[in-house]
Design a protein around this ligand. Structure first.
Ligand SMILES: Nc1nc2c([nH]c(=O)n2[C@H]2C[C@H](O)[C@@H](COP(=O)(O)OP(=O)(O)OP(=O)(O)O)O2)c(=O)[nH]1
Ligand SMILES: [Mg+2]
Length: 125
């Protein structure tokens, strides 16, 4: 099966984290951490900064790796590096997503996460 390498930003502000709802494609409507596919020649950190600029018009600082999630979707294997991040500048403008929420710890289960994210949410709790 084909492996897709993805990076995702867990953007934190105080005790809340930023979740976004996918606006297009097969998984439309599911909640995720913003980010996307690593392109050839990029480090994970470079890819994540680029993706967040593209998707949210915001500059971030990429911190520690939280976990790498490995998940089998029906048609590909996902390998997703999830990093703690914080906003450096910008207003988190939704350029591709349908909606976004800042979630506190007691709200993390209030949205319908993509299947691969459920394990990560368990770890964040
Ligand atoms: N960004 C992101 N993708 C996730 C998460 N969970 C999860 O299963 N995925 C899957 C959905 C996609 O099949 C795959 C790649 O993410 P993506 O669609 O954001 O990639 P991208 O921004 O490069 O978008 P595109 O140019 O390919 O349309 O990872 C998550 O929390 N964040
Ligand atoms: Mg994306």
């Amino acid at each position: 099966m084909k492996t897709i390498k993805v990076v995702a930003a867990v953007i934190r502000d105080g005790d809340k984290i930023f979740a976004t709802q996918r606006g297009y494609g097969d998984l439309k409507g599911g909640w995720e951490f913003p980010g996307g596919k690593i392109e050839e020649g990029e480090t994970p950190q470079e890819a994540l900064k680029r993706e967040i600029m593209e998707e949210l018009d915001t500059e971030i600082e990429v911190g520690e790796l939280i976990d790498t999630i490995e998940y089998d979707y029906p048609d590909f294997h996902l390998s997703m590096g999830c990093y703690w991040c914080s906003v450096v500048s910008g207003d988190l403008v939704l350029k591709e997503h349908e909606a976004a929420r800042w979630l506190g710890k007691d709200e993390l289960m209030d949205v319908e996460w993509l299947p691969a994210d459920v394990e990560l949410i368990g770890k964040l709790l």
